[in-house]
Every structure is written in C-alpha cells, then in structure tokens.
Design a protein around this ligand. Structure first.
Ligand code: FAD
Length: 265
C-alpha cells in the first residue's frame, strides 16, 4: 500500500511548525513508525506532514539533578535503550525498552511519537504513568496521567507539539519490576505491567484497557498480594481480539502484576 498524496514541510523552528499546524488537515511527523503505516493503510489522509525531525534541540537526555531527567521529544527509542543515564536513574525504563518493537523501528521511533500516538499497548505511555512524568508542550505542562483520553487519543490540540518529557527522580533504593507477555519477541504486548516499590507503591498496566492505566486502588492494598492482584484484575477492561480474549488478558494482568511487584519488592 502507498500513502495518499500529501504536502511535506520540514520547518527549522518550533514556531514555524506550530504555524504550519494551523492547517487543520496537517499532522506532525516524528519518526514515522506509526504515522506512515497508518497513511499506507489509508487510515489517515492528512494534506500536510510537518516533519519536526529537522528542528534543532529536541533530541537529548539531560540529567536534571535531584529533579530527575529531561528528555527531548525527538529522542529515539534506541537512545533511551542505550543511555547510561537512563540505566542508572530509571532502570525500569531501560529494561522495558527491549520490548519496544525491533531495532530498525527503535532506530527511528521517538519517545514523543510513541506518547502522542497513544497506543494502549505501547510500553512508553504506561511507563510515563508509572514514573509520574510531566509532558511539556508548546502550550503547557500536562501530567502523564491526564494525557490519555482513549485509544489513539490524547489531549493535545491540533497545533500543539510535545517538546519534552520530565521524569521526577525516584527515591534512592526504589525497587522495580517490568513484566510483559507478547506472542513473539518485538510484537506489541498482549499485556505488560510495571511496578515500583519505595515509600509509595506504583503499578501501571498496558494492553488491557483503552488507555494505559495506573492501578491506584490496587497500589493502596500492597503488601497484601492477593488483594492487589484481585483489584488489578477488576480495574481493567480488556479487548477481545484476534490475539487474545478479554478473559485471557485479565488473567495476564493478575499474573504479571504479582510478578512485577515481587521483583520490585
Ligand atoms: C512493526 C512495528 C512494531 C512496533 N512494535 C511496537 C511495540 O512493540 N511497542 C511500541 O511501543 N511501539 C511499537 N511500534 C511503534 C513504534 O514504537 C513507533 O515508533 C511509535 O509509536 C511512534 O513514534 P514515531 O516517532 O515513529 O512517531 P510518528 O509515527 O511520526 O507519529 C506518531 C503520532 O504521533 C504524532 N506526533 C509525533 N510526535 C509528536 C510530537 N512531538 N508532538 C505532537 N504529536 C506528535 C504524529 O502526528 C502521529 O499522530 C511498532 C511499530 C511498527 C511499525
């Protein structure tokens, strides 16, 4: 399949990109690893693609000291996977990156693209909920937990661009776990669960709801594992599809929540 005809613009600044997005049939192009397949399948037909890949200053991972890390929206998945800073400060993020697609896709795909695409089975959106990320755009700062509205749907305006992801530091000694189940290596998750245990307990799930989800009720029941697992299973509303039934996905949520929490503990 080939994409429908579109115009292409590669602005040199964010201001120019935002101005181009005033055309309400325009779409931001980042790594193209989700957008281009959607064009090829004719699921979208934007008249203009605004390529933000040539705008300087959007690809970085910066140590923000006690405040954590700042990550530019155009940072590639592969940079997250291989960053020593990420490995040291957020080992759960480093560990989860191996599950994101295949190397060729990780070389092109960006953190901003994955977060904005809002696939409920994608790893990075769930991790942003787990890590209490703040998402900085050309207009405002949004807590990751308020960013998702539904499958492939986020709260950004048509002319709003995600520019930076801020990850608040985890307390020293935070335990973590990330457990994913997919049919083949590199496939989207049927379900995955991330957990951290420190002064507070956090659990986030992907692939089992129309958005990534923080399991706040289950978190409050820790350390009663059976109660946590029961609450986690109750919190999700999984899809039935070609790959797995809703019941099976709910079953996986329970198993993976227990395993992720045991690792974190
Ligand atoms: C075969 C295959 C397997 C994959 N497997 C996985 C997987 O297992 N796990 C996983 O998480 N992902 C997977 N992906 C998706 C991959 O991670 C994508 O790279 C990612 O979802 C999108 O990032 P991108 O930079 O390519 O964004 P693009 O495709 O360029 O854009 C995606 C969407 O986000 C919007 N957008 C992009 N950047 C911004 C921004 N800064 N501000 C506002 N809007 C923006 C675009 O307009 C578009 O709507 C897979 C993809 C393929 C092709």
């Amino acid at each position: 399949m080939k994409p429908p005809v579109f115009k292409y613009l590669a602005p040199a600044s964010l201001d120019e990109a935002v101005a181009a997005l005033a055309d309400d049939e325009a779409k931001v192009l980042a790594g193209g690893q989700s957008l281009v397949p959607m064009l090829n399948f004719r699921l979208l037909a934007p008249s203009l693609l605004v390529d933000i890949g040539r705008i300087p200053g959007l690809d970085y991972i910066k140590d923000n000291g006690a405040a954590g890390l700042r990550i530019g929206a155009m940072t590639r998945h592969h940079s997250l996977e291989t960053s020593e800073l990420v490995r040291q400060r957020f080992p759960v993020l480093n560990a989860a990156m191996q599950y994101v697609a295949h190397l060729a896709i990780r070389n092109r795909g960006t953190i901003g693209g994955s977060l904005c695409h809002a696939d409920p089975a994608a790893e990075l959106p769930g991790l942003m909920l787990l890590l209490d990320a703040q998402l900085v755009t050309t207009q405002r700062t949004i807590a990751a937990v308020d960013f998702y509205q539904g499958t492939l749907d986020n709260v950004l305006a048509e002319d709003e661009i995600l520019t930076e992801i801020q990850l608040p530091a985890l307390p020293a000694g935070t335990g973590w776990g990330f457990e994913e189940f997919a049919r083949r290596s590199g496939d989207f998750a049927l379900t995955a669960v991330g957990a951290t245990v420190a002064d507070d307990v956090r659990i986030a799930v992907i692939g089992a709801h129309d958005t990534p989800l923080r399991l706040t009720k289950a978190e409050a029941l820790y350390p009663d594992m059976d109660a946590v697992v029961a609450a986690a299973r109750d919190a999700v509303s999984p899809n039935d599809d070609l790959h797995a039934s809703a019941d099976y996905r709910r079953h996986l949520v329970g198993i993976l929540t227990r395993r992720a929490l045991e690792s974190a503990t």
